[in-house]
Write a protein that binds this ligand. Sequence first.
Ligand code: NAP
Length: 279
Amino acid sequence: MKSSKNSPAFEAGLIGKPVSHSLSPKLFSVLSWLLGRTIRYKAWEVDPGNLKAALKRFEKEGFAGLNVTIPHKQSAFKSAARLTPEARAIGAVNVLRFSPGGLKGHNTDAAGFGDALAAVDFKARGKDALIFGAGGAARAVGYALGRAGARRVRFVGRTPRRAQETARALEARFSRTRFEVGPAVPAALWVNATPLGMKGFARRSPAPVEMACDLAFDLVYGRRTPFLMRAKARRIKACDGLSMLVYQALRAWEFWTRPLGAVRRKNLHDQIIGELKWH
Ligand code: NAP
């Protein structure tokens, strides 16, 4: 760890509603300690109608950037003057950077998911995947799988029209991968990209009881969700969304500062996961 005495404090935060449950402030406080750099990071509750005014205030106060969560991911996408290709294809922004060229929007959920898959040694190239849900996170997961060269990605959505829109948006971006909509079928990877399993939906899973995959990946983190428990009962490899959360945060840090490189990113990820277990 380096000394933080000479570096100026880095100001960033999370905006959303609600934000009280968020792990991000703890995560960035651990990162601050590991990097030996003062990172001032807080979660701020912002009402949907107040986003523009809040962004102006954060910029004026010298913030480097912000993470964005529900319900602002689409509005942040519209508010950004510039977008990265990931944000444009996914249609949602989970990180913003204040810069002289204007507010820049990016999406690190896709790369975070890709990093988390790599951490459990899952290679999506040429494989079939099923994604439950068709919202912003499902789109980010589909983007990561398209980028990794998956053969087929099927969205199992509650609202067929939304699932179709998601599949079409990604089809236009990745010609090698077939994006489709339909009921659950066996596949190498099943992903829960719905809130089912979270507080309020704790006893529910979007997947059939008879799970048929090699890896079950739940974006929900820190909970024994029915999706994960059913996978484990069938001796299917299962992982929750904590690793993705940490990786998307590290990718946000890189977007605000500079690239860490794969080895450093993985080391920081492992150390953060270890520290978070003590909180
Ligand atoms: P979102 O845009 O609101 O999309 C949620 C999706 O889940 C929609 O397709 C919705 O269906 C579906 N859904 C909601 N309630 C449902 C129900 N009762 N039954 C069946 N489907 C239901 O949310 P999001 O941003 O994609 O986030 C989805 C989940 O991923 C959340 O739990 C979020 O916390 C998690 N997440 C985790 C990470 C991480 O780093 N681990 C990152 C991002 C998101 P409709 O299409 O019908 O609305």
